[in-house]
Design a protein around this ligand. Structure first.
Ligand SMILES: Nc1ncnc2c1ncn2[C@@H]1O[C@H](COP(=O)(O)OP(=O)(O)OP(=O)(O)O)[C@@H](O)[C@H]1O
Length: 238
């Protein structure tokens, strides 16, 4: 977890991306000619109205959906046209993802929720090593006293800190976060954001986050706005 991403190529280079879906009433154009470049260690916030396509863009960057046309290069890999197996492998080594609704496994305690992500990313590790590293990751997010708790026994803020430990445990070069504070009260949200930024800055992790929270967006290096499927630079603070 100590290693810092030292590559100089952009972590994300999406060019002229269109994403559309065929629905009963015709073609739904969700993203139109979207281009986005993100440098290593850069934090970019995507803001914009509900339904404008923010989550869809995140899904394309995660290789969970495929662009209809255009190129999506993440960590030097072109995602368009990759097989499901190759995409799964890409996700394991490149990405951490934090969701609004945490997506923890209810039957597993916190150590195993975090450990599972590491087990998948680094199958060569023994179970003892996985549990040790998961415990350390939970200590890093202030949950060293909650190792044996199941998600239902944790507050929302604690669950999101488990989500963060899980997303970061394999030290991915890129963290994607979809409304990471959307289900939290303001104070708890601020604490989670502080942690997310500290972890990312410490490790040189690039972050792309979708948010409705202006305070959170203001902390990013760069803010881009999605409007009806089109992306525009809002404010360049670099
Ligand atoms: N699988 C799908 N089938 C039909 N429509 C879809 C699908 N996925 C996305 N859409 C539509 O595409 C548009 C963009 O959705 P998306 O979730 O990316 O927006 P968003 O900006 O993230 O919205 P929010 O801020 O409300 O989460 C919306 O109109 C949505 O209804």
């Amino acid at each position: 977890m100590e290693q810092v991403n030292s590559s100089t190529q952009p972590i994300i280079n999406a060019s002229n991306v269109n994403y559309s879906l065929e629905v009963a009433s015709g073609t739904l154009h969700i993203l139109r000619d979207v281009s986005l470049r993100v440098e290593p260690a850069e934090v970019v916030a995507i803001v914009g109205p509900s339904g404008s396509g923010k989550t869809s863009l995140l899904m394309l960057l995660a290789g969970l959906e495929q662009a209809t046309t255009g190129s999506v290069i993440v960590n030097g890999e072109e995602l368009s046209g990759k097989s499901e197996d190759d995409l799964a492998q890409f996700r394991r080594k490149t990405l951490g993802i934090v969701f609004q609704s945490f997506h923890l496994i209810p039957s597993l305690n916190t150590v195993d929720n975090v450990g599972l992500a590491l087990e998948i990313a680094a199958p060569e590790l023994s179970m003892a090593e996985v549990r040790q590293k998961a415990s350390e990751a939970l200590e890093t997010v202030g949950l060293g006293a909650r190792l044996d708790h199941r998600p239902s026994a944790l507050s929302g803020g604690e669950q999101q800190r488990v989500g963060l430990a899980r997303a970061m445990i394999a030290n991915p070069p890129l963290l994607l976060a979809d409304e990471p504070t959307g289900n939290l009260d303001q104070k708890t949200g601020e604490m989670v954001i502080e942690l997310l930024f500290n972890l990312a800055r410490e490790r040189g992790t690039s972050v792309v986050l979708v948010t409705h929270d202006p305070k959170l967006a203001a902390r990013a290096d760069r803010v881009v706005t999605m409007t009806q499927g089109e992306l525009a630079e809002k404010l360049d603070k670099r």
